[in-house]
Ligand binder design. Structure first.
Ligand code: ZN
Length: 312
């Protein structure tokens, strides 16, 4: 019976995966070669030795991994051209692989001057693949011009652009508080350290805030302790919070989404029902327009053998 197939074989919703952390090494080498850019290695194995890793590093060491290959990828294009080309690629991918793919444009914490342009690009391409704004980067650096990020998020809110924020990954729970109260985030990227503030945690549970959890990433960036049985995902699961699992940067973490599911099953005891529920939560918390969200939910209900329970 279909309903008994493990979740690994079924369609899943992944809400938090960075494009620049998901490039195939072969593609990086192709463009390095074509553009005559010298990288630390010129074979897949050699490149992966520098870029991918398996034991925890500090968050700054993790961020430095991007510098090893992004020169080969980032070109002489304007941000507008980048968004347009990425949209085209996502559309082709949707067609070729029968999946739904949407993009979220990231402001960077250390680059407050970019944020105004990021929100303008969200507005320009909102009906063409782009669904939301995000804020990523190192939460621990002090940002003197945080107001630039706040202004971009205010503009996003005013224009009905969806909002998620990386917060409480390595930064304290106050960064999550800021994301919710000031940036009006509708989802939280990671959010592990929310648990350190029980008042905030209770508030977010009541709000049904969605947490985009990335367990394998949190281990390799040293965001969470190395004992997966104590991972924040366990408490969120026990409290029936709204969360889902994502891979974050599969190239750098040498992983696929199934790696996170396997960890959750092996060390945290997640059941098939819990995996199914988190995917439904993810679909309900995704930033697709309502009609497309309903279609996605129905596809999941069907794939999970739950179609009779839906209200069509
Ligand atoms: Zn991320």
């Amino acid at each position: 019976m279909e309903g008994k197939l493990p979740i690994f074989e079924k369609p899943k919703v992944e809400l938090h995966v960075h494009l620049d952390g998901s490039i195939k090494p072969e593609t990086i080498l192709h463009y390095a070669n074509k553009r005559q850019i010298k990288l630390l290695a010129d074979t897949v194995e050699g490149l992966l030795q520098h870029v991918a890793y398996k034991e925890p590093l500090s968050f700054t060491e993790f961020l430095a991994k991007f510098n090893h290959y992004m020169p080969a990828i980032a070109g002489d294009l304007s941000p507008d051209e980048v968004v347009r080309l990425v949209n085209q690629g996502l559309r082709e991918g949707e067609r070729d692989f029968s999946v739904k793919a949407r993009s979220i444009l990231c402001c960077m914490r250390h680059m407050p001057n970019w944020s105004a342009e990021v929100v303008e690009l969200c507005k320009k391409y909102r009906n063409d693949t782009v669904v939301a704004i995000d804020l990523a980067g190192d939460e621990l650096i002090s940002c003197e011009a945080f107001s630039r990020h706040r202004e971009a998020y205010e503009e996003a809110l005013k224009c009905g652009i969806h909002r998620t924020v990386h917060a409480g990954e390595v930064g304290p729970s106050s960064v999550v508080r800021e994301a919710v109260d000031i940036l009006k985030a509708e989802r939280i990227g990671h959010g592990y350290r929310t648990l350190e503030d029980p008042v905030l945690y209770k508030e977010l549970l009541d709000k049904n805030m969605h947490f985009e959890l990335c367990p394998w990433s949190s281990y390799l960036t040293s965001s969470c302790c190395s004992d997966f049985t104590k991972h924040p995902a366990v408490q969120l699961r026990n409290d029936k919070a709204n969360y889902s699992l994502s891979s974050d940067d599969p190239l750098i973490f040498g992983s696929t989404l199934n790696k996170d599911y396997k960890l959750a099953k092996k060390y945290m005891g997640f059941t098939e029902e819990e995996f199914i529920q988190m995917n439904i939560n993810a679909a309900q918390s995704c930033f697709l327009p309502e009609t497309e969200k309903k279609e996605l939910l129905n596809q999941l209900y069907e794939a999970y053998g739950m179609i009779l329970s839906t209200e069509l």
